[in-house]
Design a protein around this ligand. Structure first.
Ligand code: FPP
Length: 248
């Protein structure tokens, strides 16, 4: 079982063990070039490839990418369809390569709203890469942090209905086991590209003590150089987890 940062001060090193990214700015990248927004998403997939590779080389162990939020269904239907097609294509084309690279792929979120074909591809991709351990790549799709917390609460009570009589027995440890990232340590570093400075309902439970890095660079322009800059910034942070500087 993984203890959370509020229970035990985690060990940390120069390269984040877990990196979580909100890949923002695809639409604006395209609009600036008088291209349809969907062109930005297609370029965004290339950045995903680059970052997976760079993270693998740098020694990041867990990489979690926010690909589609619970709120993204509010977008125009042709953009939502394109994003779904990109997921399908990426799963069909890339899984073999990911498997060879030692990447274990997981998809988190409420997948029940996706087309059954996409759900099946996700299951197959997860099974095919389940033996890998060099980089744990997690794609958050139809994911929302509040959904995650509510879902965990529902699953916990379904599993252990007796806790309704003794709610004081519910603690961080027992609860977080039901969250969708229960297999990973909490993110050390969070990156959001595209200039906005918010969490947008991403891993709201898990980001409690994460270092937050915001850059104006649009996601399609984010590559190895920009990742290095984020790591350099991270190395300059003093991670106190509630302690004073003098105690470090
Ligand atoms: C945010 O840019 C990006 C998204 C909502 C989708 C991210 C998807 C990809 C990078 C491609 C598919 C990914 C995988 C893993 C196959 P935005 O559209 O909100 O940009 P904007 O803020 O400039 O409008």
């Amino acid at each position: 079982m993984l203890l959370s940062s509020t229970q035990k001060i985690p060990e940390h090193s120069a390269i984040p063990r877990h990196l979580a990214i909100i890949m923002d700015g695809n639409g604006r990248w395209a609009t600036r070039r008088m291209l349809p927004r969907t062109a930005g998403h297609m370029r965004g997939v290339q950045s995903v490839r680059r970052i997976v590779e760079s993270c693998g080389k740098a020694g990041v162990k867990y990489l979690t990418l926010f690909a589609f939020s619970s709120e993204n269904w509010r977008r125009p239907s042709d953009e939502v369809s394109l994003l779904m097609r990109l997921f399908v294509q990426a799963l069909e084309k890339e899984v073999h390569k990911l498997e060879k690279q030692g990447v274990r792929l997981r998809v988190i979120g409420d997948l029940t709203r996706f087309d059954p074909k996409l759900q099946q591809l996700i299951k197959e991709a997860e099974a095919k890469t389940a033996h890998n351990d060099s980089l744990h790549l997690t794609i958050a799709a139809n994911y929302g942090g509040r959904w995650d917390i509510l879902n965990a609460t529902q699953q916990l009570l379904k599993d252990k209905p007796e806790l309704i009589q003794t709610p004081e027995l519910i603690n961080e440890e027992t609860f977080s086991e039901y969250l969708s990232m229960a297999f990973a340590p909490e993110p050390d570093l969070f990156i959001r590209t595209g200039g906005e400075q918010r969490i947008s309902n991403f891993l709201i439970w898990q980001l409690a003590y994460t270092e937050l890095y915001f850059t104006d660079v649009y996601w399609p322009d984010f590559g190895a150089k920009q990742l290095d800059a984020a790591f350099e910034w991270y190395q300059g942070r003093e991670r106190r987890f509630g302690r004073t500087s003098a105690q470090l």
